[in-house]
Design a binder for this molecule. Sequence first.
Ligand SMILES: [Zn+2]
Length: 321
Amino acid sequence: MVVSNVGIPVVDSHAHFVTFATVKMWMETSQATMEQMEKRVSKLTDMEHFTIPDEAWDTGQMWIDEMEKYGISAVGMMINRESWDEFNDARRRFPGRFLGYAMINPADDDAVDQVERAGSDGFQGIKLYPSSWDFHAYDKRVYPIYEEALRNNLLVIAHFGITIGSQANLVYGNPLDIQKPAHDFPELNFMIAHFGAGFLREVLMLMYQTNNVHMDTSGSNSWMKYLPYDLTITKVFEKTLKAGGPCRVVFGTDSSFFPRGFRYNILEEQYGAVKALCPQLCYSEEDVDNIFRGNILRLTGFKPVDMTGVEAESTLSCVDY
Ligand SMILES: [Zn+2]
């Protein structure tokens, strides 16, 4: 099995497959100038610069190079319509290295068809952005999407809380919105991105109230800055692991752009945070393996193929306590 540079096998559950076509579409639809984009990116992320090359790049190959550099077994990628074909091509060229999650906007007439296509194309999940696309996750119009996701065994990832898009409407950003769908679809698995991006309290309560809601750890978690009290990433892990247990905390980096590439600093920081909980709250090697690799494989059924081309064995069980 591939071992990452921090010393354990790692699958990154949350990243973005940003292709040339995607960036072109963003620039056209957001009508933002490069200067505005750069300002917002530097305020809200750990990227200092945001540049766009003039020519298309080979997104799949760039990711594979990064994964080999840091020893990452597989990466889960958010895919929008514009990057779908390029992503499928990358998956064909590099089987067993990319999980795919289709970004679905319930306002699209063909939203359910896209979920079905994600299933038939062998994707592992779908991604919803309630606050960016103005809907409550419990709206009845979203239910056919959940039904189709369930039919295709797709994980439902949702971004609640604050987000980099300036148009986001936080009225739709409360993770509690997922409680009703999670209850109505007990066989469907849900994953809330970035520990709820500011709504940590709500996500912790969902751990009590539901069995099928998980959380991903991805990103710099800069939402901590916008809370009325001090938090550290170690404290966030302590709280979420206590509330959800090691089966429901799923590692991710939210890597997206190059030249930044794979956010190894986030892996280092989060692995360090889990380790720092010891000796008060020591997690076993198996628990740590589940957080950094096993949980996302169990939730999606994805089987990574390591760099030698041998199918990696995966622990697909997680014991809650
Ligand atoms: Zn993301």
